[in-house]
Design a binder for this molecule. Structure first.
Ligand SMILES: [Zn+2]
Length: 316
């Protein structure tokens, strides 16, 4: 049985994007509650995050952008950059803590304290571009985690698997010319879903060509469609890449009961996908696997999916 870490901090609840917003603090409360009532919580190693230092965030984000975001929060602005990015005075600090959460998981794995980890962080990150907040995201948590594993811990090749129903435009763009980070996304066909990027022909640029793999899925794809795509296309590409660590950008908004998109995944589909990626991490990455929460907006479903995902991590 694997030693599984959980990154969580009550300060993650302090990012308030507005009362109308679906990316709300209750998402993490639902996860915590489900983990507690199931009894799983006490089996996990709780990792306490520190805010990521700004010089680390500046490895992938424009320093002017970082300052602009900080000032917007200090000034009490309620929206930053794009209409769906609601903020409050605490948002900057919480966003730094979300990045720091992924760093804490990386540190614990590389120190051998844990085998794998789930980062229950918010705000999410995969839509965040170098100089622009979008899609509820401000700093790209998973991308910064990949860079941190490379620069702080000396890993060479990192694979990011993004199964959020929306394409992770930010993560793709940050690494599209980089052959050391493989970005692989399964998402709802961009012609029918936010943010509109992630077409099959987007495969990376220059030296990064061939290190981005987009697998757009038609609306109402089901468990077996996702599993087929994973087994037929994604896993062979990942095995070929031979990553040193696997990062999952885990949105649970492709679930059939999620309000934001049009996919028909169930808890079982998510569990089976985690199992396949867990096996891959065990075979190729010495078990190193960090899951970072992205979307998922049906609270009951989110709690259940995360519980089952962490059960899979524990079973590896
Ligand atoms: Zn999403």
């Amino acid at each position: 049985m694997a030693k599984t870490g959980l990154v969580y901090d009550e300060r993650y609840l302090l990012h308030d994007p507005g009362p109308w917003h679906v990316e709300r603090p209750d998402r993490l409360r639902a996860i915590q509650q489900r983990l507690a009532t199931s009894g799983l919580l006490k089996e996990l190693i709780l990792l306490e995050p520190q805010p990521a230092p700004l010089e680390w965030i500046a490895r992938l984000h424009d320093p002017d952008y970082i300052t602009r975001f900080q000032r917007a929060c200090q000034k009490g602005q309620r929206i930053f950059d794009t209409g769906d990015c609601g903020i409050c005075p605490k948002s900057f600090e919480v966003a730094c803590l979300a990045v720091g959460g992924v760093f804490a998981a990386a540190d614990a794995i590389m120190a051998g304290r844990i085998d794998n980890a789930f980062c229950a962080v918010r705000p999410p990150g995969h839509h965040a571009e170098r100089s622009r907040a979008m899609g509820f995201c401000f700093f790209n948590n998973v991308a910064l985690g990949a860079r941190y594993l490379q620069e702080q811990h000396g890993l060479e090749r990192i694979a990011i698997i993004d199964w959020d129903v929306h394409h992770g435009n930010g993560t793709q763009h940050l690494f599209e010319t980089d052959p050391t980070v493989f970005y692989l996304s399964l998402h709802q066909n961009p012609a029918t879903c936010y943010p509109g990027t992630g077409r099959q022909k987007e495969i990376g640029r220059g030296p990064g060509q061939g290190f981005t793999l987009n697998i757009p899925m038609p609306p109402h794809s089901r468990d077996q469609d996702y599993l087929q795509a994973l087994e037929g296309l994604a896993l062979p590409a990942l095995r070929n890449f031979k990553p040193d660590c696997l990062l999952i950008s885990a949105g649970f908004d492709a679930h059939q009961s999620d309000p934001l998109a049009h996919m028909d995944l169930t808890e079982k589909g998510y569990r089976d996908m985690a199992g396949l990626l867990g096996d891959l991490a065990r075979d190729h990455c010495a078990g190193r696997l960090i899951t970072v929460l992205e979307g998922g907006y049906n609270l009951a479903v989110l709690g259940e999916c995360v519980l089952e995902h962490i059960q899979v991590l524990r079973s590896l």
